[in-house]
Design a protein around this ligand. Structure first.
Ligand code: MRU
Length: 373
């Protein structure tokens, strides 16, 4: 079985209007949405794609935490959306009718979800946004607060859809017919709610009849490029070629790449950008070959509290993801040490532009980002 709605063309979605995406109340996207009864979060398990499309229903805090930690739902904006719906569902389970007790339990759940992954700022951004609904409405009935939480979670997803649409338009304005584009990891519909950020311009251009040649880095060790990006692009009918990460230099040298488009998990105030491990290497290669390198992401991914990339916490993951995760047999001795950082930071000097829903920011980023906030 394949996802039913994930690959619909933008034009179709626009013609139908936002509310009819899957024809029920608040289901805005297939990869992360509320269950029919509004009490659980339903996700497509991204760890099983592209071979199996399995939907998971998350009802407990532990299931939600695990889904984010184990990348069943992943990609910075999608994690934020999932966190918004999750805390809404957990709030419905709180039985206290006294505000102080309700808020104490809400905060505990919020902090627990927030601790699932450290790098993508969208997670804490969405949870803080949900918390401010609680604190701003402390004088209301708990049932009203819960209702408002539901509305806020839906707004986070609605806004994400709109942001991705705008980012796709801005990104497309930088591309021309026949361009070769290299991307790393997955910043497509699965990582957001629709369209995606780095992949959005290609999907939008394709719909308008433009042809591109996309090179998708497989993205070791968890293969988001192989399993998710090449899947999304292939299904959309875009010319995609999957390459191993260490082939990027060669395809650039061959003159096949006119631009690099990547997503981001946290952007510091000086424009340094954290994204999937390997991204900074792509940027360094792009500079060597004179290819423009763009970072695409919503403004919710910008963290003005981080002055530079040095302030961004990089997630360290299990060593077995390198040794054995996608192999039938382990590819290294169990006792061999592995180092498995999930992200790296691309120096702002390597970035030609940061493409947000508010426009294309250019260096110096300390100025263009400050102006934005
Ligand atoms: O570890 P992941 O798969 O969550 O990492 C995802 C990325 O690095 C994406 O490029 C980023 O979150 C942007 S998604 C629009």
């Amino acid at each position: 079985m394949e996802p039913k709605y994930l690959f619909r063309r933008y034009a179709e979605v626009q013609n139908e209007g936002e509310d009819d995406m899957i024809n029920t109340r608040e289901i805005l996207a297939e990869n992360v949405h509320l269950s029919e009864d509004g009490k659980s979060v339903v996700i497509i398990d991204q760890t099983k794609l592209p071979n199996v499309t399995e939907y998971l229903t998350l009802s407990t805090a532990e299931e939600m935490y695990r889904a984010i930690k184990e990348l069943q739902v992943r990609g910075a904006p999608a994690i934020g959306i999932c966190a918004g719906y999750s805390i809404y569902c957990l709030a419905q389970q709180i039985t206290e009718s006294d505000f102080a007790l309700f808020y104490a339990r809400f905060k505990k759940d919020k902090e627990y979800l927030d601790s699932s992954r450290p790098t993508a700022v969208n997670l804490s951004w969405a949870l803080k946004r949900m918390e401010s609904v609680v604190t701003a409405n402390r004088d209301k009935e708990i049932s009203q607060i819960i209702e408002l939480l539901g509305e806020e979670a839906v707004s986070i997803q609605r806004e994400d859809i709109e942001m991705c649409r705008k980012i796709s338009e801005y990104g497309l304005s930088l591309l021309k017919e026949g361009d070769g584009i290299l991307t790393h990891c997955n910043a497509g519909p699965l990582a957001t709610s629709r369209y995606g950020t780095a992949i959005g311009p290609m999907l939008l251009g394709n719909e308008r009849g433009m042809k591109f040649k996309v090179f998708s880095d497989e993205t070791r060790p968890l293969l988001q490029g192989a399993r998710l990006t090449s899947y999304e692009l292939q299904k959309a009918g875009i010319d995609v070629t999957l390459i191993c990460d260490n082939m990027a230099s060669l395809v650039m040298k061959n003159g096949w790449v006119q631009a690099c488009f990547v997503g981001c998990d946290r952007i510091a105030a000086n424009g340094d950008a954290a994204n999937k491990i390997g991204t900074s290497g792509v940027a360094i290669l792009a500079k060597h070959y004179g290819i423009p390198f763009y970072v695409l992401g919503p403004t919710s991914t910008i963290d003005m509290n981080c002055k530079t990339g040095e302030d961004i916490v990089i997630e360290l993951r299990d060593e077995d993801e390198i040794r054995s995760k996608f192999y039938e047999k382990p590819m290294a001795l169990k006792e061999v040490k592995c180092y498995n950082p999930a992200f790296d930071v691309t120096d702002h000097e390597l970035i030609h532009g940061i493409i947000t829903e508010k426009g294309i920011l250019r260096p110096p980023y300390t100025e263009s980002l400050a102006k934005l906030f």
